[in-house]
Write a protein that binds this ligand. Structure first.
Ligand SMILES: Nc1ncnc2c1ncn2[C@@H]1O[C@H](COP(=O)(O)OP(=O)(O)OP(=O)(O)O)[C@@H](O)[C@H]1O
Ligand SMILES: [Mg+2]
Length: 359
């Protein structure tokens, strides 16, 4: 059975897309079958994963925006009332890593936002609005069918930086979620607003699952059971192997806000795993799963070669001598961090932990 993991923070630029790509690649390199879902109309993940080395930027952009099978075409039967059922998306195998696939995004996915928003607020439907009942369960149906077709172990969902109806839906149909952050005041603010928003979304999803109109839909809204895995802090500067004092302060404040506000709130909404599961992974109450410092020049090479930082080859690094060695050493440090993160996620999302939840 596939495990759907959403990477969510409504704050922008906190490395959701970069983490989805790097983590997905790492999970696949450990033998898992992984689908990366681009749920953001910006299509950054699609851009990161697609394209040939030889293409110019314009050709690459056209390729990103013109995939024939993507999240929008996949949902069109429900959102455009087409007389056909939702079918699995033809995902694109990501070059360089077996078992890793992309469910491409589409810039027009945002056009479905308004209708989904209306559908998610209605409790009863007049006959003229019957088609709306098929919308809240449509994304779930599409992802499950696509996972089944590819026999996927994991779906990682990259989300847009917003509190949109699409994000509400994507998060509530997931099994787990991660909150990427950056070491700054805005991330502290974001944790604070997530603490307010997530219980509301959860309560909506619970009621959506019990609404008769959504039970009768072509794509019924599923039972909600989404659990918080933890946070990742990314892209801070280090000096002498340690984060600088300014970043340290913000990291501490984020951790405090997660442990004192977010976790107690999510516990009340039944969105946490048993606390022992986190402790078994060596996690403190702040649930900080990984700290990933600034990739420096490796990030530019990673985007250039559509390859995660950890998987760049010496040819792709393109340097010689001590510069190459220094970069390879950095790469090895990041590889270890992502490998540990992937191992923690594999364990936290495993069946034994899931059984402990339901027991
Ligand atoms: N560890 C890192 N070191 C250096 N640069 C990074 C790191 N992580 C991410 N970046 C860069 O920071 C920027 C934002 O990252 P990314 O696009 O992954 O964030 P995001 O949360 O997906 O943004 P959005 O909210 O717009 O979707 C990008 O330019 C990315 O290359
Ligand atoms: Mg992004």
């Amino acid at each position: 059975m596939v495990q759907k993991i959403a990477l969510f923070n409504h704050k922008g630029g906190v490395s959701k897309t970069t983490t989805t790509f790097n983590l997905g690649w790492m999970l696949a390199s450990k033998g898992k079958r992984v689908i990366l879902v681009d749920g953001d109309p910006q299509c950054n993940l699609t851009g990161m994963a697609l394209g040939e080395q030889t293409e110019d930027d314009e050709a690459r952009i056209q390729k990103i925006y013109n995939t024939t099978s993507n999240i929008k075409t996949g949902l069109a039967p429900a959102f455009e009332s087409q007389p056909r059922a939702i079918e699995a998306v033809d995902c694109i195998p990501i070059q360089g890593q077996d078992g890793l696939f992309l469910l491409p995004g589409h810039v027009g996915f945002a056009e479905y936002e308004v209708e989904l928003g209306i559908a998610q607020t209605l409790k009863t439907l007049s006959s003229s609005l019957q088609a709306l009942r098929n919308l809240p369960g449509a994304i779930y149906d599409l992802l499950e069918k696509t996972a089944l077709k590819l026999n996927a172990d994991y779906i990682l969902i990259d989300m847009s930086p917003s509190l949109s109806s699409i994000n509400q839906n994507l998060l509530m149909i997931s099994d787990f979620f991660l909150v990427p952050t950056t070491a700054d005041f805005f991330s502290v603010m974001a944790i604070d607003s997530l603490t307010k928003v997530l219980p509301r979304w959860h309560a909506w999803a619970k009621s959506a699952n019990s609404l008769q109109i959504l039970k009768d839909a072509n794509y019924p809204f599923p039972e909600v059971d989404v659990r918080f895995l933890g946070t990742i802090v990314q892209n801070y500067r280090i000096i002498g192997g340690k984060e600088t004092a300014a970043f340290q302060t913000w990291i501490a404040k984020i951790e405090q806000s997660v442990s004192e506000n977010l976790v107690p709130t999510l516990t009340r909404s039944n969105m946490m795993l048993p606390s022992q599961a986190y402790r078994d992974q060596g996690l403190q109450s702040s649930l900080s799963l990984a700290k990933i410092s600034n990739f420096n020049s490796l990030i530019a090479l990673s985007q250039n070669h559509r390859t995660p930082v950890c998987a760049l080859t010496p040819q792709q690094l393109g340097q010689k001598g001590i510069i190459l060695e220094a970069n390879q050493q950095k790469q090895e440090e990041f590889r270890k961090i992502f490998s540990d993160l992937a191992d923690k996620i594999i364990t936290l999302t495993s069946r034994s932990v899931a059984y402990a939840v339901s027991a």
